[in-house]
Design a protein around this ligand. Structure first.
Ligand SMILES: Cc1ncc(COP(=O)(O)O)c(C=O)c1O
Length: 384
């Protein structure tokens, strides 16, 4: 293998996500000092950094309450627990998402009902949701909740989802694991649904250096329940347990890391958008480029294109030292643990086509124009 410092430019490897460039921007000393402060005070769980990051996130999203927690999956589980979702309840969600969207409903004994997505944004299709509610009723389930995933960084269409939800008495849980920082009609995610869950997994647009997550809500009672749930249902003190809870806490070292990253996050989102715009200009006509609704912003967790020639693109790019990924090769309703759950009438044709055609390209705020040009040229070469 050629040494990347001396190899011709065309062979240097491009990072899919570049956390080292981000570390250099923040400054190693600054990050180490932030972590060192936690080592010095020793309040490793729910220390002062946790309260500070919750305050800053609430201000950043203009949300009333932020309850940090141990992961995005935990955030979804706790949200469903706070609303007492369980056996007999139907939870509507897309199949074209990461598995963590469906796990919490199943863990709690509820029944996921799979809904198709829109061909342009890849987010939940409100008409498919309407039909899925009818399927749930026919099966004897109680329509309870819709999990609207903001896939690849772009918000779902909350106004349309809400119209269906209100007709059928559903509450909306926003799975914003990939999209914290994005806006829907001028409103930050965190404020577009009854409860919003996000993830700080390291590769997310806003990530820490381990697992972490947060829950946003404007509802005082839900916030109170969530605060109890994350500490085993604890009440006033550790001798009182008010409800069945879990170990859902965020840790102080991750909160300290997140505070440093939050300080540069808005600038990074801006840079991600510049990278996406350059990709789209260079790739138009060669592949299906991502569509962002004019009333939304995206944080570009992924830059995902569609093409019937994805195997050729993946092979050509790999030979050029350019990594790609497929999100998602196997939709959730086709995976072994979930095959028995109801699917909307008419099936999931858009989901199934996307699973055959999507491919994600390197995306991060530190992608240079030269690196991007290499990616664009390689994709174009693969599809001629
Ligand atoms: C859509 C979606 N939901 C939930 C999660 C779960 O987040 P975590 O890995 O922090 O548990 C992820 C993580 O990849 C995700 O992409």
């Amino acid at each position: 293998m050629p040494d990347s410092a001396t190899a011709p430019a065309s062979l240097t490897k491009i990072a899919f996500i570049d956390l080292q460039a981000q570390r250099a921007r923040i400054g190693e000393k600054r990050m180490e000092a932030a972590i060192g402060r936690v080592l010095a005070h020793g309040g490793f769980i729910m220390g002062p950094e946790v309260a500070e990051v919750e305050r800053k996130l609430a201000a950043h999203a203009s949300a009333k309450h932020v309850i940090s927690c141990s992961s995005g999956t935990t955030a979804l589980v706790m949200a469903l627990m706070a609303k007492e979702v369980g056996r007999g309840d139907a939870v509507f969600l897309p199949s074209f998402t990461f598995t963590a969207t469906v796990e919490p409903a199943v863990i709690l004994g509820a029944t996921p009902v799979f809904v198709d997505v829109l061909p342009d944004t890849f987010n939940i299709d409100p008409e498919s949701l309407e039909r899925a509610v009818a399927v749930a009723r026919q099966t004897g389930l109680r329509p309870a909740c819709v999990i609207a995933v903001d896939l690849f960084g772009q918000p779902a269409d909350y106004d349309s989802i809400r119209r269906v939800a209100e007709r059928h008495g559903l509450w909306i849980l926003d799975d914003a694991a990939q999209s914290y920082g994005a806006h829907y009609k001028g409103n930050a995610l965190g404020t577009c649904a009854e409860i919003t869950a996000t993830s700080f997994y390291p590769s997310k647009p806003l990530g820490c250096y381990g697992d972490g997550g947060a829950i946003f809500t404007d509802d005082d009672e839900i916030a109170r329940r969530l605060t109890q749930l994350r500490v085993h249902g604890q009440g006033r003190d550790r001798n009182e347990n008010l409800r069945v809870g879990i170990t859902g806490r965020f840790d102080s070292i991750q909160a300290a890391v997140l505070l440093e990253k939050l300080a540069i996050f808005d600038a990074e989102c801006h840079e991600r958008n510049a990278v996406a715009a350059r990709y789209t200009a260079g790739l138009k006509g060669a592949v299906g480029t991502p569509f962002v609704r004019p009333d939304c912003t995206s944080v570009w967790a992924q830059y995902t294109v569609t093409t019937p020639r994805r195997d050729r693109i993946a092979a050509t790019l790999q030979a050029e030292g350019i990594p790609t990924a497929i999100h998602y090769l196997k939709p959730i309703h086709t995976q072994a643990p979930y095959r028995g759950f109801p699917v909307v009438t008419g099936g999931l044709p858009v989901t199934e086509r996307l699973a055959r055609e999507v491919i994600s390209l390197p995306m991060h705020p530190y992608l240079s124009p030269e690196a991007q040009d290499r990616v664009i040229a390689a994709v174009r070469a693969a599809v001629v």
